[in-house]
Each structure stands twice: as structure tokens, then as C-alpha cells.
Design a protein around this ligand. Sequence first.
Ligand SMILES: Cc1ncc(COP(=O)(O)O)c(C=O)c1O
Length: 380
Amino acid sequence: MRPATTCVHAGGGAEPATGAVNVPIYATSTYAYAAFGEHRGWEYSRTGNPTRAALERAMAVLEGGVDACAFASGMAAIDAVTDLLASGDEVVAADNLYGGSFRLFTTITSSHGVAVRFVDATDPAAIAAACTPRTRMVFVETPTNPLMRLVDLAAAAEVAHRRGALFVVDNTFLSPVLQRPFSLGADLVVHSTTKYLNGHSDAVGGVAVVREAELAQRLRTIQNSAGAIMGPFDAYLVLRGVRTLALRMAAHETNGRRLAAFLAGHAAVREVLYPGLPSHPQHELAQRQQAGFGAMISLDLGSLERARTFCEALRLFTLAESLGGVESLVCHPATMTHASVPADERARLGIGEGMVRLSVGVEDGADLEADLAHALSALR
Ligand SMILES: Cc1ncc(COP(=O)(O)O)c(C=O)c1O
């Protein structure tokens, strides 16, 4: 089936007891046994909950994996994935990750005896050079946040597998509608469901999807043992969001392309970072690897002062962290999402103080363009 159909049907089907066409919110912590020593397939809601299970089935189908585990946040999902590692193991991670993932790796993961090396993952040779016999995991995001660089997933998967390492892809920025990492060799796909999957900026959550059964079993054990599960109310919201994911991604994408082209032609903007622009250095890879270019755009306005003036002049783009909701947002990475990345590391990566990141929503594109034009006119 094609993505729009899968989004509507995956993990669904009429509920057996009543025929309800949507999975109910199973607000229960526990389940009555049918008889002594005989449960009905559900024992306790940390271990399993039918609402969460419906979302997990949907995510496994959408990404093309065998199973998925839903967590209380994207970070909880990524943390659970790092629990697959043991003290003495090593991770090779992309150097341009979401700031929270960088913080997790450098504070929590490393304190558990797992060494993390950060590399420019846009270069498969750099990943290979950083791998040692102890490397057990390669972890990347693509497009990267906020620099919008791409990792060649097939090439990176090949490097990871040659070293016997698991290849993990954070697919939050594109969603399974626009990018399918398993088809390019990933072993695990993680998402912050807070973003496009839920799509309405009203619930924090995460999911990890697994390609093979043995690994899925290990992740289930981690989910049940550590217990950072997604609750049934949030699972219901995310699954409802998934039903319109294909529609929303198409609308986001249309607006993203339009605004990127507009910004690229504006004299007040130094540089526009968007894989859909022919000027993007990896435009050809984006065409090959992705089913679309998405709606995340970063732009360089030259200075902190200009970035501040621009953000303050916008009316439709709300200044807020996060992305992927129906409403357009603007973010200043150096003081917001990437404030936890040390200043020298930000400078080395090229996350300047004049950089602004847009999450383009599904409002009318002409209104959004007018808002950007108005805010840019405030710059001198
Ligand atoms: C790419 C990416 N991965 C992971 C996360 C973390 O997700 P959460 O905020 O749901 O914990 C984020 C959050 O912004 C993100 O942008």
C-alpha cells in the first residue's frame, strides 16, 4: 500500500468488543485475570496497553519494521536504544545531532562506561575512521538539525555493518512518509513523536522501531524494565495524528519549497539551508534518498541582533522550540535547541548566532511568505 493508505489504516481495524472504528483510550493500569494463573494477554500497563500497542503496530508498519516500542519522549526512546549497549562498548555518533541527544550521549551514556565519538557523519569515511573493534552502534540524524546536511544512509549503514555495529537513524525530521531508513540498511529507527507524527504540538512522546525480531525482544525488555512508557492518552493522540500524516507532510512540503525559494532570492538573507534547493550541496542525495524535502529550513541572517529583530517581527511564526506541528514555528538554535552544545562546538559546526530555523506549518503559503517578507523588511 502507498503511504497515505498505510497512515490511515496501519495498526487499526474495528475494536473487537464494540466495533469502534478507533482504538479506545484504555485508561487502565491493570487487567483482571480470566482465572487463577490465566491472564487475557494483558497483565499490567507498563508491560502492555492496547492503545499504546495500536500505535506501536502502526509505527512498525509505517517504517517497515517488525515491532516498535513507544516511550514517554523522544529522548526516552533514544535512551532506551542506548541501553542495548554495555559498559566498554563504543558509539560513533553524528556531530550535528539534536542538542538533547548530544547532551544524553555526553552526560548519561558516557557515565555508564560507553564511549561516544562524534564525527562528521555526512562523510562515510569519517564514520569508518572513528570505528574501533569496540564500536557497537552508529547513530545519525538526517537531515541534521539545524544545518540541514544529509547523511548518506546506505553508505553509512554499509560502514556500520562492516564493523558489526548497529545502525540507528533518528527519522524525526522527515517522518516515514518522506524517508524509510530500513530500506537503506538501518537496524533501528527512532522518532520524537512530539513532532510530525503527532503533528499538533499537544503531546510529548517517542518511538523506537526495530527491523529484526531478536533486537525487538531486547528492546521490549528494556521498555518494560526501565518503564519510560508512553501513556494511553498520548498514544491515542499520536495515532490520531498518524492518520493524517501523509496529508500533512504533503502540505508542509509544498509550503517548505515555496518559502525556501522565496528566502533564497531575498537580499537580506545570507544563506538558506534546505535540501530541496538546487544550491544545496547534497541536493542530488536528497532526491535519491528522500521521498520529499520536508519543511525544515535554516537561514543565516548574519548576526544575533538581526536574528532577534527577525524573530520579533514575525507574526505567524511563533518563537518556540520544537517542530513538525501544523502551526509554523521559528527557533534560534544557539540560544534555544542547541544551547546545551558548548559555544566552541557550535562555532566549529557552523551553528552561528545569526542562524534561525523555521518549522514551516500548513497555513496558507502566501500568508507565510508575506509574514517572512514583512519580518525581513525590518532588517537593515
Ligand atoms: C531530531 C530530534 N530527535 C529527538 C528529539 C527529542 O525528542 P523529545 O523532545 O520528544 O524528547 C528532538 C526534539 O526536539 C529532535 O528534534
